[in-house]
Structure formats: C-alpha cells, structure tokens
Write a protein that binds this ligand. Structure first.
Ligand code: GLU
Ligand code: ZN
Length: 286
C-alpha cells in the first residue's frame, strides 16, 4: 500500500473560521495518525470571490495553530495550463462539449442539464464546457459516513468543467489536483459528500487512480446552514488557539488535550485520535 497523503484545500474567500478549522484539524489528525503527509492546497479558482490577503491570512492562522504542512503550498491559480490541457483533450475526443444554455434554461429542464447542446458541437465553440459524463458514478463508500448514493439523474448529468466566464470549475480542478498531488485520501466537510460522486466519475473517465473519501460533520447554525464566510462566521483567533483546538476536538468526538503550546497539544491530539469516534452525522448544530 502506498504511503498516506492527505490535504486541506481552503478557498481564500475569507479568514479561517471554526467550520474550516474542523476540516483543517480533522485532515491533519487523520494524516498524522497514519504517519502520512498533510499538504495544503489553496483553491484560488474564483478571483471575484476572493478577499485580498485571505490566502496569506489562512496560512498564518494554520501556522499559529501548529498545523504545519509538508512541502510547499499548491495554488490552483498556477495550474490553469493543466486544467486547460485536460479540457482540450476531452474536447478533441468528443468527451466534452460547449454549452450555451442559460441558468434559466437549465432550471426549466428541472435543474438537471439534459444534454441539449451535445449534438450542436462542434459548431458552437463558446460558452461553458460540459463533460460527457460516461462513468455516471451514483455511489461510493465513505470512510466515516459509509454507503453514499445520489439519484441517477444527478449522477448522469453532463456537469460543467469550465464556466462560461472562463473560470475552471471546482470539480475539474479538485480531481486534477488531487491526482497531481498523489492524494490517497480526501478528508473534508460533508457539504461536499455528493460532489464525491462527480469527482469519482471524472477520475474514472480520465483513467486516474482515485483517493478514498472521508467526510466530517459540518458545523451548522441552523439545519442546512453551515457556518461559512457567507453567513459571517467569526474568524478564529490566532492569538488564542488553545481553546479553539479543544472545541474542534470535541466537535470531532475526540478527547480533550492538556492546555500547552500548540505543537504539544497537536502531538497529544494525534496520539489520541480515533476515527471511530467521529460522529457519523453530516451536520452538527453548534
Ligand atoms: N475549497 C473547498 C472549500 O473550501 C474544499 C474543497 C475540497 O476539500 O475538496 O470548501
Ligand atoms: Zn446547453
């Protein structure tokens, strides 16, 4: 079996908050408890949603929490050539096509794209790019959540891999980068649980070995509303990481650690980490 490589992949749309700390700490503890590597990837794919300075701010916070990463940070903004060359490849093999449909038109299709533009290619070479979804993965087994399934309409949709505004879609970038970085297991919040089916479809279609997935509960203020930058979740305090570490451990079902310097606290948290104690719940209200 190859060595474990995990990752934390924040989007720089604001400072780290308690919700993102859970994903950071959970993925860190899992990787270290298996003597693996823990990488950080900055998902700066969407400049309009970025906040100036957020990338550096996130990295500083990780450092202040003792969450030190292996190697150097991979920035998705540096990976456009890889994304585009994959898209060109798919297009030239009729495994992707341009789509000019508006959001409204897709809504009129019932919210799931019906392949309308597929037969128009290659006449129209503008708009969004959709993958011809051949793998159509509808289920997978999550390490914590167990069997996960999505309905077949969602599983078989030709989803967008490049947006009409020219931005690369998260689904494509995440798959190419997890493969590029040799990630063996993805640990992240359960808000991305069903996205894993799409990602697995892409891994299969591109003939890339896929990681396993381990989804953690997400912190919610109300059912269905995860703590996020959009609902103004408070940034975690870099100056007082100790209390936040124990709060995040508690959220993940883990034992508390003694208050000390962060490196000592994390070492204890790694040695105590028990994946079986992570709640098998997609959401937990805080
Ligand atoms: N960048 C995504 C986020 O911050 C996470 C993507 C992932 O872990 O696959 O929600
Ligand atoms: Zn279309």
């Amino acid at each position: 079996m190859s060595a474990y490589i995990g990752r934390f992949a924040p989007s720089p749309s604001g400072p780290l908050h308690f919700g993102s700390l859970i994903a950071a700490l959970g993925s860190y503890l899992r990787a270290h408890s298996l003597n693996g590597q823990w990488l950080v990837r900055m998902e700066d794919l969407d400049p309009p949603r970025e906040v100036a300075g957020a990338s550096d701010n996130i990295l500083r916070t990780l450092d202040a929490f003792g969450l030190h990463w292996h190697g150097s940070v991979l920035y998705q903004s540096q990976r456009h050539d890889a994304y585009q060359s994959c898209i060109n490849d798919l297009l030239s093999h009729q495994q992707a096509y341009y789509c000019q449909c508006t959001r409204k038109q897709v809504q009129a299709m019932g919210g799931i794209y019906n392949g309308h533009c597929k037969s128009l290619t290659p006449l129209n070479q503008e708009g969004a790019v959709r993958v011809c979804n051949v793998a159509q993965v509808a289920q997978f087994t999550d390490v914590v959540m167990g069997q996960v399934s999505v309905d077949t309409a969602f599983a078989s949709e030709d989803f967008i891999i490049k947006r009409r505004d020219g931005l690369y879609a998260y689904q494509l970038a995440v798959v190419l980068d997890d493969a590029f970085q040799g990630i063996t297991e993805v640990v992240r919040g359960s808000d991305l649980l069903t996205s894993s089916c799409r990602q697995l479809s892409l891994f299969n279609q591109l003939n890339l070995p896929h990681p396993s997935w381990l989804h953690l509960p997400v912190a919610c203020l109300e059912p269905g509303f995860k703590l996020s930058k959009q609902n103004h979740a408070q940034a975690i305090n870099d100056k007082a990481p100790q209390a936040s570490i124990n709060a995040a451990l508690q959220f993940l079902g883990q034992s508390q650690v003694d208050i000390d310097d962060v490196d000592t606290m994390l070492a204890q948290a790694v040695s105590q980490f028990d994946i079986n104690l992570v709640p098998k719940q997609a959401e937990i209200l805080i």
